[in-house]
Design a binder for this molecule. Structure first.
Ligand code: GLU
Length: 312
């Protein structure tokens, strides 16, 4: 049996909020319950949206809560911004196999592609017109001088993942997922490529994250296998939702910075455990004390509404 490797993969684009913390807590519980090691990888691909200050704050929040890791941050080798050569090598390999094509679609679509897709955000065009340009049309676009983004041509193939929590999830890559951007027009490698390459090269065997990324799992599995790797096991978790939808890093009142003013790490862990269904009460306890109570069968499947009195 190969060793279990879990990962924390936050994007340092803001302070963590309660929903991020729940995902990180469950990733830690999942990895540690299996006796695995944990990696902290900073997903700071986008130089405009992320900052080293947020990366430091996130690492500090994890430590404060009692979630430890064995490898990764602050080792720069585990920050995506230093790993461009690895993404370039994977890109070249895919290009060599004729799976990559330039795309001159709108800027809004390109910007969305470098970040993880969240519900309601259009991140791909299932039938990208750029995939079918004639030689003449392509030459004309190239002559325009406008830099293209680069898309991966996915096959007409059904790919399934056995999600630990939500069961079998199947997607027709071409029809439901569609070709997707792997490098933006500004040269930044996109989330889907970077996360797949990193999970593969870091030997990650368990991916635990919010269920808004479940629909990305089949294409990540396919991409990893296409590059010759073994896909991890995926376990997605329900989202914390407020009246305006999924919590975001912009939601100040539930940011860790605000929560830490009011709660001890044990009180916050107790609250998270109750919210996701692991415990019946909000009894304060540390992540280590929660470990024996952890099991995916106890984690709720439905999203978790945040009512007003849960806000601090
Ligand atoms: N960095 C992504 C985020 O913070 C998570 C990526 C993943 O877990 O695959 O939304």
């Amino acid at each position: 049996m190969s060793a279990v490797v879990g990962r924390f993969a936050p994007s340092p684009s803001g302070y963590l909020h309660l929903g991020n913390l729940l995902a990180l807590l469950l990733a830690w519980l999942d990895g540690r319950a299996l006796g695995g090691k944990m990696i902290l990888r900073m997903e700071d691909l986008d130089p405009v949206r992320t900052s080293p200050a947020y990366a430091a704050a996130i690492a500090e929040d994890l430590r404060w809560l009692g979630l430890d890791w064995d490898e990764g941050y602050p080792d720069p080798a585990f920050s995506q911004s230093t790993r461009t050569a690895l993404y370039a090598a994977a890109f070249a390999e895919l290009e060599k196999r004729g799976l990559v094509y330039p795309c001159w679609c709108s800027r809004a679509q390109r910007l969305a592609a470098a970040s993880a897709p969240h519900p309601g955000e259009a991140v791909h065009d299932p039938r990208c017109p750029c995939a079918r340009l004639s030689r003449k049309e392509r030459l004309a676009r190239e002559a325009s001088g406008r830099a293209p983004a680069w898309k991966l041509r996915v096959p007409d193939l059904e790919v399934s993942v056995e999600d630990v929590h939500y069961g079998t999830y199947t997607q027709d890559l071409a029809r439901e997922g569609g070709d997707f951007i792997i490098r933006r027009a500004d040269g930044v490698y996109a989330y889907q490529l970077a996360v797949s390459v990193d999970d593969m090269l870091m030997g990650v065997t368990r991916v635990v994250r919010g269920r808004d990324l479940l629909s990305s799992a089949p294409r990540q599995r396919w991409l990893i296998e296409t590059l010759g790797g073994t896909a991890p096991v995926y376990a997605h978790l329900p989202l914390l939702i407020s009246d305006s939808g999924k919590l975001s890093k912009r939601l100040g009142s539930l940011s860790t910075q605000a929560l830490r003013q009011e709660l001890s790490p044990q009180a916050l862990t107790g609250r998270l455990a109750k919210l996701c269904g692991l415990t019946e009460t909000e009894e304060p306890l540390s992540p280590k004390e929660l470990l024996p109570l952890f099991g995916w069968s106890r984690v709720r499947l439905e999203d978790i509404p945040m009512d007003k009195d849960m806000e601090i």
